[in-house]
Design a protein around this ligand. Structure first.
Ligand code: GAR
Length: 192
C-alpha cells in the first residue's frame, strides 16, 4: 500500500475524486494526510473521509523558506511514500523538493509544456488555441517543468469560458491522477 499525502489550496474537487478512488478496497494507495497552504475549503473533504488534515498558512511565515521548513516538518510526520500536489497554488520551496523529490507529483490543467503556471486554463483560452489538455508531472524545482507522467488532450469549444473549460479538464486530470498513482503503487512507473 502506497502512503500518499495530498496538498491543496482550494476547493479540492480533484482531491475528493482521489479520496473516493482510494476508498475502494482494491485501490493500492492510502491517503495518510491532506495539507494546505491556507484555510482551504477542500480540507473538508479530508474530514468527510476521516483523513487527518493540516494547514501551514503561507502568509503566516516571513519567507518562503520558513514556510517550507514547517511544511516539511508536517509532511515528515506522515512519512508519505508519495506527495500529490492537487491544486496547490504555490511553488514548493527548495527544501521540500530536495527532501521529497522524486516522490512528488503535480496535476496541471494544460498539456505541458504548454501553458505552465498558475493560470493554465486562462492562458490556453487567451492564446486562441483550439485544444489544451491535462497533465500529471513529476515535480522538480521549476514551474511545471518536471518529467511528464501522463497527459491527455481536451478540445477548446467555441464559447468556452475559463470556468466551462476548466470544468471539462478537471475530470480528465482526476482520471490521469488516479491512474498514475495506481501505476506508481504497482511499480509500473519508475521514478528516477
Ligand atoms: C486543478 O485544475 C489543478 O490542476 C490546478 O488547480 C485545480 C484545482 O482544482 N492546479 C494548478 O493550476 C497548479 N498550477 P480543485 O481544487 O477543484 O481540485
Amino acid at each position: 500500500m502506497l502512503n500518499v499525502a495530498v496538498l491543496i489550496s482550494g476547493a479540492g474537487s480533484n482531491l475528493r475524486a482521489f479520496l473516493e478512488a482510494a476508498a475502494e478496497a482494491d485501490y493500492p494507495a492510502h491517503v495518510v494526510a491532506v495539507g494546505a497552504d491556507r484555510d482551504a475549503a477542500g480540507l473538508a473533504h479530508a474530514d468527510d473521509f476521516g483523513i487527518p488534515s493540516f494547514s501551514v498558512p503561507y502568509t503566516s511565515y516571513p519567507t518562503r523558506a520558513a514556510w517550507g521548513e514547517e511544511l516539511a516538518v508536517q509532511l515528515r510526520a506522515w512519512d508519505p511514500d508519495l506527495i500529490v500536489l492537487s491544486g496547490l497554488m504555490r511553488l514548493l520551496p527548495d527544501n521540500v523538493v530536495a527532501e521529497f523529490a522524486p516522490r512528488i507529483i503535480n496535476t496541471h490543467p494544460a498539456y505541458l509544456p504548454e501553458f505552465p503556471g498558475a493560470h493554465g486554463v486562462r492562458d490556453a483560452l487567451a492564446s486562441g488555441a483550439t485544444r489544451t489538455g491535462a497533465s500529471v508531472i513529476q515535480v522538480d524545482g521549476g514551474v511545471d517543468t518536471g518529467p511528464i507522467l501522463a497527459q491527455e488532450r481536451v478540445e477548446i469549444e467555441p464559447g468556452d469560458t475559463e470556468s466551462t473549460l476548466h470544468d471539462r479538464i478537471k475530470p480528465v486530470e482526476r482520471r490521469l491522477l488516479i491512474d498514475v498513482v495506481r501505476r506508481i503503487a504497482a511499480g509500473d512507473l519508475a521514478f528516477s
